[in-house]
Ligand binder design. Structure first.
Ligand code: KG4
Ligand code: ZN
Length: 368
């Protein structure tokens, strides 16, 4: 472990918004001293999706051990910490409450500052861990089980939302189509694997986008098209190649995510692009964006898959920048299942996005 200096900020971070109980110790927002993830996937697989009540109970069982292990692996004690960061929204309310209550009790008893962190602020901040020299501004596509946002990171924790989904999140679409194809839960990795054996041009599914210059996404039309195809072929008694459907569906999602991110880069003139969230671990999306950014001379930040799916290290990174700005949460911090990320930056929507005058942004984790 590197020597700790007086200026260093060492945070314990806790994440429990969905089906992973996670704890990490992160120094100065970028150095991960430990990163413990206890996954519940095996339990929820039996039910074909996350069962909120079971998730909460499993978090209660796992959290103490996760935190103990995170501290032990980092080689730090409570007295070495400068604060406790915790995801307080959005997510499953019962699941969030476990992490928030634990973090509050620990911070209060150890006399440490408490930092409530927005889950998506965390996902975006995973990019700082992946690329130590990364600094805002950059564009980040955040696609997870609950969110699909195209964000301009104007400064640390300051986000302008350029586009978002009008219906399902990208990961949700992956999960639903995987279930319909009989591939099981969680859908993203299963479709990713099946698609490798399939022909991505076998079916021409509709693009998951809104017309015009909008950066918004809409996955419901694409989802219906795939489900209709499955129903029609079932009724006609025809066998479909699951791998071809998976690959064609994945192509439609990857196309729209890539197109929006690249168009936003062109429109804003911001030449550093990044991806975050569970869907960012999709191999086809990573490959496509690696190629497209190389062809355009863009800098592409592509966090390792373990930093894309839920983890606590990313919460420690986001918490650090809040800490540095002097923000602290009070003891009334609560779980907020629908905590919004920020105000939609409508001024960005027009084609001429250059010369943006620095409209008021919104700080991660503090939005109302
Ligand atoms: O960020 P995350 O771990 O949890 C949420 O905040 O939701 O994202 C989970 C989502 C799930 O919908 C999962 O199917 C999707 O990310 N996912 C993937 C892949 N790995 C996980 N989607 C596409 N391809 C993948 N390889
Ligand atoms: Zn997440």
């Amino acid at each position: 472990m590197p020597e700790q200096t007086a200026k260093d900020v060492t945070l314990l971070a806790i994440e429990s918004s969905c089906d992973e109980t996670a704890a990490a110790v992160v120094r100065n927002g970028r150095d991960v001293l430990s990163d413990i993830i206890s996954s519940q996937i095996a339990i929820h697989t039996e039910y074909g999706g996350v069962v909120p009540e079971i998730a909460s109970r499993k978090h209660v069982e796992a959290i103490t051990l996760c935190v103990r292990r995170a501290l032990a692996e980092a080689g730090v004690e409570l007295k070495d910490l400068d604060g406790v960061a915790v995801t307080h929204g959005p997510g499953l309310v019962g699941a969030l409450l476990v992490g928030v209550s634990f973090a509050k009790a620990l911070a209060f008893s150890a006399d440490l500052p408490l930092l409530g962190v927005h889950h998506i602020d965390g996902h975006i901040s995973a990019c700082y861990i992946e690329e130590k020299s990364l600094e805002p501004p950059f564009l980040c596509l955040v696609a997870s089980g609950g969110h699909s946002h195209l964000v301009c990171v104007r400064d640390y924790g300051i986000y302008d939302i350029l586009g978002q989904t009008r219906d399902d999140a990208a990961g949700e679409a992956f999960d639903k189509i995987a279930r319909a194809l009989g591939l099981g839960y969680p859908g993203g990795p299963k479709i990713d694997a099946a698609a490798r054996e399939g022909d991505a041009r076998a079916y021409d599914f509709p693009q998951a986008k809104i017309g015009g210059a909008s950066y918004d996404f809409s996955f419901s039309g694409l989802k219906s098209a795939v489900l209709n195809l499955l129903n029609q072929s079932r009724m006609a008694g025809e066998e479909l190649r699951v791998a071809d459907v998976a690959a064609s569906f994945q192509r439609a999602v990857v196309d729209v995510l890539t197109e929006h991110l690249l168009r936003a880069s062109e429109d804003t003139g911001i030449r550093t692009i990044a991806i975050a969230g569970g869907v960012a671990s999709n191999s086809a999306l990573r490959k496509r964006l690696t190629e497209e950014s190389a062809a355009r001379g863009l800098t592409f930040i592509c966090p390792r898959p373990v930093l894309c799916t839920d983890n606590a290290a990313m919460i420690g990174a986001a918490g650090y920048y809040r800490f540095r700005r002097g923000e602290r949460s009070d003891w009334a911090l609560n779980a907020e299942p629908n905590l919004p990320l920020g105000n939609r930056e409508r001024r960005f929507h027009a084609a001429g996005m250059h010369g943006h005058d620095g409209a008021a942004g919104v700080k991660g984790g503090e939005m109302s």
